[in-house]
Structure formats: C-alpha cells, structure tokens
Ligand binder design. Structure first.
Ligand code: BDR
Ligand code: CA
Length: 324
C-alpha cells in the first residue's frame, strides 16, 4: 500500500528539468509514482550526458514507468549559456548516463518545441500553477528568462538541485556540478526574482540511499513496481562504487535530485535559510561557487533561500513509500 505523506493535499503540478543520469532517473520515477505530484513534463538538458542521450533516457524511463500518455518530454539546451559543454561524466553516471542499465527504446516523440520556449509558454498560460524542479544545468530556465523576464513571477515555486554553502564542492573544491557546468545560467536564476529554493550538497550529502535499502525495496515493493526497482538496482551499482571511491561512503550514495523533488512537495522536510548570494563566473578556480554574504549587514548578491538542514530519514521514507 502506498503510504506517502500526501494525506489528501492537492497534487502539485510539476515540470522537471533533468540531465537524466542515475539520480535524475530515480527522481523522475518518484515524481511519476507519487500521488502528491502531477508530473506534466520532463525537459532535458546536457550535463551528466549530452542532451540527445538525456532525452532518450527520459523517453525510455517514462515508458518504463507507464506514463507515456501523461508525461511529455521536451528537449532542451545542448550547451551552456556562454560556454562550451565540458563533456559527459561517464566516470560517475556510466557511458549511457544511467549506469549502463538497458531500457527498451520508446516510440514516444519529444514535443516539437524547445524546452526554453515550452517554459515561457506554460508560465504565461498558467501563471502561479506550476512547480518547476531543476536537476541539471540551469540553462533552459536561463534561456527562458532571457526571452521573457516576466515569467520569473509566474511559477508557483522553483526548486533547484545545485550548489553548496557550508560544505565543499563536488567537482572543484568550491563548486557543485550543476552550478559549475553552467555558472552564468545559475547566476541568471539568482538574480531573476524567482520563488527559488536551492537544495544543495549541504542537504543532499546527508540524504543517503544504501545498497541494502535498495535491495530491501526490491523485496517489499508492489509487484507492478518490481521492474522499476530492478532498473534502479542495475543503474545504481556504479553510483555506489563511485561514492565508495570518492567520498568513502560504504555502499551508499547521496540522493541529490530525488531530494529536490521531495522538498518541492514537502518543504517541511528541509530547513531553509535566506542568504545574500552570487555565483562566481569567469575564474577557473571558483567557477560555479556560491558566494554567500554572511556578514551582519549583507550587501553582495540577492536574497536566496538555501536548504541547510534536512530530515533525511523522513525524506527517505517518503521516497520508498511510492514504490510500496
Ligand atoms: C548533481 O550533478 C549530477 O551529477 C547529479 O545528477 C546531480 O544533479 C549533483 O552534484
Ligand atoms: Ca542531475
């Protein structure tokens, strides 16, 4: 039985923007299965892999989740706003971005509209209705904001997985992958006046999926969800290995993107602090760094809400619940 903490709330209309890698895939499956979410579309972007692979992975995942009739896939940017794409992170997410797991091809076609145009259109057609969760480079929304700055106030909320405030980075000593991969776009978001919440490494590194928990989920999930959990077990194998080597985690990995989706629906699971923030752009050492002004009288940057604490156990329980 599904024991999600939904408890009769109106489902949140959601668009996800993803560079569909391993943790993005879990976040998308969670969003499809959650009764608290009406997932309308997944926009794709370069990042963990190139945008064509991200789009193909997304189409296959949506089919796996049985959601082809209700979730559109919208192809987005192939490179950062002002830079070149630095290339895939196959050492983290595998050659195909989903840990080498093989999913059947889908004959669903991406929408015939670029992701940035789609975001502009939806925000204008339904102001205040849609929650947007960004889980890769923020290029699609940055392009959309450049095209029509008025959309900044037209999303119900915008939740971003990216950045780090009080903990080290994961690509450089000071920067997290999604901000580092397109710092100019992250900077556009910080300055746009969006209803923005940033879910960064401060909280995602505390929200750990263990190999044992995933195995256990395979035993306790509903039969109809067994193919999804089998896929996750295949896909996450190299992710656990990566985090063992790089973060010395013991058969566990952080849930970066899934936590962003969960926090978009259950904001009470994170504790946020508003800080003046800017994104460093234009210096190899600090590119993508979140510079927060934590002085008594902050004056540099714009006020942004950063999640700095998380109720990780409750978030994990919520994540598992949608498969049971
Ligand atoms: C972020 O970078 C990507 O590798 C993950 O999918 C996540 O969005 C974590 O830094
Ligand atoms: Ca991602």
């Amino acid at each position: 039985m599904n024991v999600s903490k939904f408890e009769g709330r109106e489902p949140v209309s959601m668009i996800i923007d993803a560079d569909t890698g391993i943790d993005d895939a879990l976040a998308i499956l969670y969003a499809v299965k959650s009764p608290a979410i009406r997932l309308e579309a997944v926009c794709t972007v370069f990042g963990n892999i190139d945008v064509d692979q991200a789009t193909d992975n997304t189409l296959r995942l949506i089919q796996l989740a049985g959601a082809r009739d209700r979730v559109q896939v919208v192809k987005g940017a192939s490179k950062p706003l002002e830079r070149e794409f630095q290339g895939s992170t196959s050492h983290v997410h595998g050659e195909n971005g989903i840990g080498g797991a093989v999913l059947p091809p889908s004959d669903q076609l991406p929408l015939g509209e670029a992701a940035a145009d789609y975001l502009v259109r939806i925000a204008n057609e339904r102001p205040g209705e849609v929650t947007l969760v960004l889980m890769g480079r923020m290029t699609n929304l940055a392009l959309a904001l450049r095209r029509d700055p008025s959309i900044a106030s037209k999303f119900r909320s915008v939740v971003v997985m990216g950045g780090n405030v009080l903990v080290p980075g994961n690509v450089t000593p000071v920067a997290e992958a999604n901000f580092w991969g397109d710092p100019e776009s992250a900077a556009v978001l910080m300055e746009a006046g969006l209803p923005l919440t940033v879910i960064g490494l401060d909280v995602t590194l505390q929200t750990l999926l263990t190999r044992d928990a995933l195995d256990e989920l395979g035993k306790t999930c509903l039969p109809e969800n067994a193919p999804l959990v089998d896929f996750l077990k295949d896909s996450f194998a190299i992710y656990f290995d990566f985090y063992q080597q790089v973060n010395k985690l013991d058969n566990a990995c952080p849930l970066h993107d899934p936590l962003a989706v969960i926090a978009a629906v259950f904001p009470e699971m994170v504790t946020c602090t508003t800080l003046h923030a800017s994104i460093a752009c234009g210096d190899r050492l600090t590119d993508g760094m979140v510079v927060t002004d934590r002085r008594v009288f902050p004056s540099v940057g714009n006020p942004v809400s950063f999640a700095l604490e998380v109720d990780a156990d409750t978030a994990l329980e919520e994540l598992y619940s949608v498969f049971k």
